[in-house]
Design a protein around this ligand. Structure first.
Ligand SMILES: Cc1cc2nc3c(=O)[nH]c(=O)nc-3n(C[C@H](O)[C@H](O)[C@H](O)COP(=O)(O)O)c2cc1C
Length: 173
């Protein structure tokens, strides 16, 4: 019998754009990997730790900050040992309106989980975007997938397809 480890996608069920992206991501994994949707607005440590592979949806709010619902989970997250977890992060942003903080929340969350021992996967090229600065960057790559549904909506589909292709290889089964 093949034992499947659990893969979850954590996002706010109330954020329409982030939810739409989550649905596309789940579709791309299907039927190879079953992804469980989890509402990031009602997270507990126990629920978070029950997954081996985690996809965290972290849009940037408030000029370079995490959304409220993630911010509220940060104190709990800071106490967790994430060794053995494989984590991928995606986030929505707007490079035209917020060129100095484009997708910053992806970088904030990436740092948090990496410092607690998680293996961070799903880095993507920053080519094709135009912005001033981003905390999501390491070298010339984003530490996750940054989607801009407001100024580059037509590019999101392929960006998601390519990202999920990579994650299928990276996630432990
Ligand atoms: C008040 C406000 C501040 C924002 N700040 C940023 C920002 O600093 N960087 C960025 O890339 N996008 C920023 N955005 C754009 C959002 O990330 C974008 O609208 C995204 O689609 C929101 O996704 P959600 O509605 O699913 O949470 C901001 C949007 C608003 C309304």
């Amino acid at each position: 019998m093949k034992i499947m480890s659990k893969t979850g996608i954590f996002y706010s069920f109330n954020s329409i754009k982030t939810s739409k992206a989550a649905e596309k991501i789940i579709q791309e994994f299907s039927p190879d990997i079953n992804i469980l949707p989890v509402n990031a607005e009602v997270l507990t440590e126990e629920l978070f730790l029950s997954f081996t592979n985690l996809i965290l949806a972290v849009p940037t709010w408030f000029d370079g900050e995490l959304p409220n619902y993630w911010d509220e989970f940060v104190p709990a997250l800071e106490d967790l040992n994430l060794t053995g977890k494989t984590i991928a992060i995606y986030g929505l942003g707007n490079q035209v309106e917020y060129p100095e903080n484009f997708g910053d929340a992806v970088g904030i969350m990436a740092k948090l989980v990496q410092e607690r021992g998680a293996k961070l996967v799903g880095f993507t090229s920053a080519e094709g975007y135009a912005f001033e600065s981003s905390r999501a960057l390491t070298g010339d790559q984003f530490m996750g997938l940054v989607l801009d549904q407001e100024t580059q909506p037509r590019l999101s589909k392929d960006r998601i397809t390519n990202w999920v292709k990579d994650l299928k290889v990276q996630f432990k089964q």
